[in-house]
Design a protein around this ligand. Structure first.
Ligand SMILES: [Zn+2]
Length: 166
């Protein structure tokens, strides 16, 4: 990292600290040549992620849209907005770490459910009912069974799947 003062290319790190909710690292550096101190930030390069919707339409992943959907589904469930924001952060990081740049809205829904399951049963069922668009009582029962046994397969196809309870 080039010194802003003398352009020397060697510096030593005095301090490293997580910043931006852990998404970047802030480093305090000192130039080995002139002792000038400066700060650098290191962050994961984020590439826009395309969401493929159920109807085949594509749109750029939008974290605030996901957050709003979650806030709506989790109203009066006792889950704090800050907690839901963490869920969204988590999912965004998970999406960024995948090799593909496309994700189906289905997969995002399952990622959300995976996290909600351990947080609030009411929120889980409510979000599932909105997102999976239950068509029948058996869809609903399958979701409930998956909730109580924890055997629901991850990343499944949403509706039309039955929880295998053994
Ligand atoms: Zn320098």
């Amino acid at each position: 990292m080039q010194c802003p003062s003398c352009q020397h290319t060697d510096s030593r790190v005095l301090e490293s600290r997580a910043a931006d909710c852990g998404r970047s690292v802030r480093r305090r550096r000192e130039c080995l040549n002139c002792d000038f101190r400066f700060t650098t930030y290191e962050r994961v390069e984020t590439v826009p992620i395309t969401v493929v919707k159920r109807n085949g339409a594509r749109e750029t992943f939008n974290r605030s849209k996901l957050l709003h959907g979650l806030l709506r589904a989790c109203e009066k469930t006792g889950l704090e907005p800050a907690v839901l924001e963490n869920v969204v952060d988590d999912i965004e990081v998970a999406l960024q770490q995948r090799s593909g740049r496309e994700v189906s809205s289905n997969e995002i829904g399952e990622l959300v459910l995976e996290r909600l399951r351990t947080m609030s049963e009411v929120a889980y069922v409510r979000f599932a009912s909105v997102y999976r668009q239950f068509r029948s009582v058996s869809d609903f029962v399958a979701t409930l069974e998956g909730l109580s046994t924890g055997t629901e397969p991850k990343g499944g196809k949403g509706r039309n799947r039955l929880a295998v309870v053994g």
